[in-house]
Design a protein around this ligand. Structure first.
Ligand code: SAH
Length: 251
């Protein structure tokens, strides 16, 4: 297994592959104004095993295309959708988020939790906008600086790992500059990282290392994950995930 496969294996089987929460998906839904609408068409891009997809299917009258480039997570999502009784509302699509083939102006909403960074926030806004109907909604969560200044260590870490990391003010200005009207934003509470995301990954460290005979590569994956968790524990005052909800302006 190469490093990416190991990373995927470490995260497989957990309920979510990034920070988030069902209540927070519902809060973004409330900001979106979609709750009273019927027969919505939604894409959940970078859906992973479908934490947000399932919640969208439960909370909205929608058919949802769940997009990810990893077939394994889509299998997990399909199994989960069946267990949760929402499989009739969800279609999985194995595709890369930078090469989508939705019809132009066909979607009421694009959802993407903890995934747009893979294409980049602004590139994602520009690339995906065409698939939204005029008035359609984009709802994305994205790594965000919570203060104007921060300790050098955390600044350097995220600037290197994700050069587009920025403040909410900048992210909102990027939405405005790319033909969207912001409807609202909020910062994910810390338990969305600790309880909902990191704790289940940490709980799997031991069995993961056993599965891979404690190989140096497997140990390195666990060490990198533990280092990221420690950064959150030390610096969560300075960074988090912003959840941005905005409406496509016509034109
Ligand atoms: N939305 C999920 C998963 C977030 S992790 C959740 O909140 O739990 C990011 C997801 O994006 C992963 O499942 C990963 O496989 C997917 N991904 C990464 N790059 C991608 C790409 N280029 N195209 C499609 N999916 C991608």
């Amino acid at each position: 297994m190469d490093d990416l496969d190991l990373l995927i294996d470490l995260h497989r089987g957990t309920a979510r592959q990034g920070p988030g929460g069902d209540a927070e998906t519902d809060l973004a839904i409330a900001l979106s104004g979609l709750s009273d609408r019927r027969d919505l068409k939604i894409a959940d891009i970078g859906c992973g095993s479908g934490a947000s997809t399932i919640q969208l299917a439960k909370s909205l009258d929608a058919s949802i295309t769940a997009v990810d480039f990893l077939p394994n997570v889509l299998e997990d999502l399909n199994a989960r959708a069946t267990t949760e009784g929402v499989s009739d509302r969800i279609t999985t699509l194995q595709a890369s988020m930078d090469a989508l083939t939705f019809e132009p102006s066909s979607l009421d909403a694009i959802w993407s939790e903890g995934a747009i960074y893979n294409i980049g926030f602004e590139a994602g806004l520009r690339n995906w906008r065409r698939y939204l109907k005029p008035g359609g909604v984009i709802a994305v969560s994205e790594l965000t600086w919570l203060t104007a200044e921060r300790p050098q260590e955390i600044h350097d870490h995220w600037t290197k790992a994700y050069p587009e990391v920025n403040t909410a003010a900048t992210k909102i200005a990027q939405l405005e500059a790319n033909g969207f009207k912001p409807l609202g934003y909020f910062i994910l509470p810390e338990h969305c990282w600790t309880e909902n995301y990191y704790a289940p990954v940490q709980a799997g460290f031991e069995s993961f290392l056993k599965r891979h005979d404690a190989s140096p590569a497997a140990k390195a994956v666990v060490d990198a994950e533990a280092a990221e968790i420690s950064l959150f524990e030390r610096f969560s005052d300075f960074f988090g995930y912003g959840f941005y909800v905005a409406r496509k302006l016509s034109g």
